[in-house]
Design a protein around this ligand. Structure first.
Ligand code: ZN
Ligand code: ZN
Length: 178
């Protein structure tokens, strides 16, 4: 089993002899999707198995696990959020192909690759980011930021009244006093 600093797996032996190849490694600091950065607390660890399944086809399966820092949806505090994602993809070897290309044909999806060194980072990133929740709270009952002064109401009592939205509150003023 190879332990890599870069997230890739060398499939040269697998392409020659068939069988199974395994690799493990870590991703440091962050995952990136375009300009968007998903910062990690510590390292994310991953492991991957690639098995020859006949012809030019290979089955990639793996998992990635780490703690991503997501902004609390109320107070924006970076909130450690554990993620554990699994993924499986069909790979197809096409000699000479320089990049990994996704194909979707009828009911079948596969990734074509042509280099024995397969970059795993796109697979790890997709699996990890897909597994992230849409929003998180830093704690149950997070009081959020004050809409008037921006203070973190978990830390300070700035004295501003929290906004109250109640459909009947406005109505009360319209009714004659009894
Ligand atoms: Zn919060
Ligand atoms: Zn305030």
């Amino acid at each position: 089993m190879e332990h890599c600093e870069v997230a890739s797996i060398n499939l040269a032996r697998l392409l020659r002899e068939g069988g199974t190849a395994r690799a493990t490694g870590v991703v440091r600091e962050a995952f990136f999707v375009g300009e968007e950065r998903f910062p990690l607390e510590g390292e994310a660890t991953w492991k991957v198995v690639v098995s020859a399944v006949g012809g030019d086809e290979y089955w990639l399966s793996g998992e990635v696990e780490g703690v991503v820092l997501m902004e609390c949806r109320r107070c924006l505090k970076p909130t450690p959020t554990p993620i554990h994602a699994h993924f499986q993809h069909l790979l197809r070897y096409q000699q000479g192909l320089e990049e990994v290309v996704f194909h979707e044909e009828k009911e079948e999806e596969y990734y074509a690759f042509g280099e024995p060194d397969l970059d795993l980072l796109p697979f790890l990133t997709e699996a990890f980011v897909t597994e992230m929740p849409y929003t998180v709270l830093c704690q149950e009952g997070c009081k959020g930021l004050c809409p008037v002064c921006g203070a973190d109401r978990n830390l300070v009592d700035c004295g501003h009244e929290p906004e109250v939205h109640h459909p009947l509150l406005g109505l009360k003023d319209l009714l004659p006093e009894l």
